[in-house]
Ligand binder design. Structure first.
Ligand code: ATP
Ligand code: MG
Length: 392
């Protein structure tokens, strides 16, 4: 089974590329589902699906062709299915605090709930081996990072806080309720959380196993977009996820010779080169700007063929993390996989949140996590295939 995440800055083409990949995989015979994780869903619009739907009825998964399904996560539906007790408890507190019941219902959906719902579905499909490939059309970078960090956060909550809270509610609950107007959660609330957690068990391993899950970053050849892609690259590595391609979308094609675009073309050329330098660890797939928006099956098929001409989108284009950040005694360590390098002078130049590494004629820009921005790069050594940099 394969899980492929597409993410990147807002509007770069994630949904379009996810939809196109789904069609391509289905045509190669993979049973595929494309799941939209963005609350502002647009996957259905991308497939322009009205005339396509074979089975729309009440199924959560909409079938597009023999091998292809799509799903837009509906948080309200998922709440009824998975979160009933938790949701009702939070709603009752909000309601008692004087909020209008409709407002209470709306804000009882707290941040992260949507992402957890998506994880529940993904884990279910993985456990049931329901599809060959799951394509995740993610929300823009920030939210996607929150999405992939949820399993770790939950694990922490369950191990440190949950038991304590549950015991406290059991022992002190009745006493507190006599002096406070806030209702204490009943044990069914905790049972609900425990059962959610059980259903999520293993999802962290699925997301960080490069044999199963890889991330493809979609970008455009523009300064701000490339910057965000660099940070996303670093953060996904930080979470231990394998990035196996960067897709540079919306490149002006050769044929564009209107003078109005002269400057644009130069700018794009510059940022394509930058992207190729920054992301040289993984394949950089390039897609031109089409002469129209890409909506509906025929446009998406064309896009799928351009993006994956004679490559199978289900392949893993890379299997390991080019960077790994570790906490060590007196600081942090960045371990970079740099095969083929012989021992030469390593030159480090750290500028705020970026580290520029020069080794002979090789130069690499690495975006750094926020927690490293106030540190100093104090050492570097090349050992076999790895470059290890120390920050204190
Ligand atoms: N290579 C391309 N050529 C022409 N149009 C494109 C190309 N890639 C994407 N588009 C168009 O750009 C628009 C935005 O694309 P899309 O919705 O896929 O972006 P997104 O990254 O999913 O956005 P969001 O961050 O809002 O989810 C769509 O109208 C799509 O048809
Ligand atoms: Mg989108």
């Amino acid at each position: 089974m394969r899980v492929i995440l597409y993410t990147g800055k807002g509007g770069v083409g994630k949904t379009t590329i996810s939809a196109a990949t789904g069609l391509k995989l289905a045509s190669l015979g993979y049973k595929t589902i494309v799941i939209s994780l963005d609350v502002a869903h647009s996957l259905r619009d991308s497939y322009d699906s009205d005339e396509l739907l074979i089975a729309q009825n009440t199924e959560k998964q909409i079938q597009i062709n023999d091998n292809l399904w799509m799903q837009e996560i509906n948080v309200q539906e998922a709440i009824v299915e998975y979160w009933d007790e938790v949701y009702n408890y939070i709603r009752s507190i909000l309601n008692r605090s004087g909020l209008d019941s409709l407002v209470a219902e709306e804000i009882a959906i707290f941040p992260g709930m949507e992402e957890i719902c998506a994880l529940l579905y993904i884990n279910q499909y993985v456990r049931e081996n329901a599809y060959d490939v799951i394509i995740l059309d993610c929300a823009p970078t920030g939210e996607s990072l929150r999405f992939v960090s949820i399993p770790t956060t939950l694990e922490w909550y369950m191990n440190r806080i949950f038991k304590l809270e549950r015991n406290l509610a059991r022992i002190a609950g009745p006493v507190i309720e006599t002096v406070s107007s806030v209702p204490m959660p009943k044990d069914s609330y905790f049972k609900n959380i425990q059962s959610l957690f059980d259903r999520l068990e293993g999802i962290d391993k699925v997301l960080t196993d490069p044999k199963i899950t890889t991330v493809r970053l979609v970008t455009n050849p523009e300064k701000i977009v490339i910057k965000e892609t660099q940070r996303a690259f670093m953060y996904f590595c930080l979470y231990g996820m394998c990035i196996d391609a960067v897709i540079i979308n919306r490149i002006f094609p050769e044929g564009v010779d209107d003078r109005f675009f002269d400057f644009w073309k130069k700018t794009q050329q510059q940022y394509i080169e930058d992207a190729e330098n920054y992301f040289s660890d993984v394949p950089n797939l390039k897609v031109n700007l089409f002469d129209d928006q890409i909506v509906g099956v025929s446009g998406l098929q064309k896009l799928g063929d351009i993006l994956y001409p004679d490559i199978d989108p289900a392949d893993r284009f890379s299997q390991r993390n080019p960077y790994q950040f570790n906490k060590v005694d007196d600081g942090y360590q960045l371990i970079m996989q740099l095969p083929f390098l012989t021992k030469q002078e390593v030159n480090l130049n750290k500028q705020a949140d970026e580290l520029i590494i020069t080794i002979g004629g090789f130069k690499r820009h690495v975006a750094l996590p926020r927690s490293l921005s106030s540190t100093k790069a104090t050492g570097a050594k090349l050992t076999g295939q790895q470059l290890i940099i120390t920050f204190t």
